[in-house]
Design a protein around this ligand. Sequence first.
Ligand SMILES: O=C(O)CCC(=O)C(=O)O
Ligand SMILES: [Fe+2]
Length: 201
Amino acid sequence: MQAVSFAADLFSQGPRTLIDDHEGGCVYHPAFIDAARADAWFAALRDEVEWRKWSRPMYDRVVDVPRLTSGYTVNDVEAMPPALAAACEAIRAHTGVPFTHVGCNFYRDGNDSVAPHNDKLATLIAGHPIVLLSLGDARRMEIREKQPPRRVVRIDLESGSLLTMSHAMQYSHDHGIPKTRHAVGPRISLAFRVRPPMDDE
Ligand SMILES: O=C(O)CCC(=O)C(=O)O
Ligand SMILES: [Fe+2]
């Protein structure tokens, strides 16, 4: 009997808790949207988002941010590609979280990455989760405890999946997408956040 329930868990498409905390921790939800829609949104966002390449000072050098990025205010539907407006609507309806901002990341190939970090606490309202929608080729995320024993959770973020991270987790864990030598195609992630009003908005 045990083997059967193990197999069922392994292939289950339901949400899976990766890390637990008092704010819901980190939950992976594969196939939140179906493959056809994920493909269509990927193609539309690749072509219609205003992707930007950034550089930033690091020690005594200026380094390129190793991916393309963009960002939109969720209420500014006019400014968004229609596929992004549809994604915002789907995520807000499913989660019930009043997201205000969506950050967009474009990983062109295995050389693109995001270094281990926690999301900037000054740009988040406490208590609300961050939700990541993945489109395109799967990339592996590493989530690491900041304190010993610094356990690591690795999760392949598949197209159409959602990853929910609590605000509390930004204090206890770092997350990142390392470069990979495996042949991978492009991936887009949408990061939904509840931000406090900013000076520039
Ligand atoms: O691409 C991802 O799934 C992670 C992106 C991320 O951590 C961020 O935008 O802060
Ligand atoms: Fe992040």
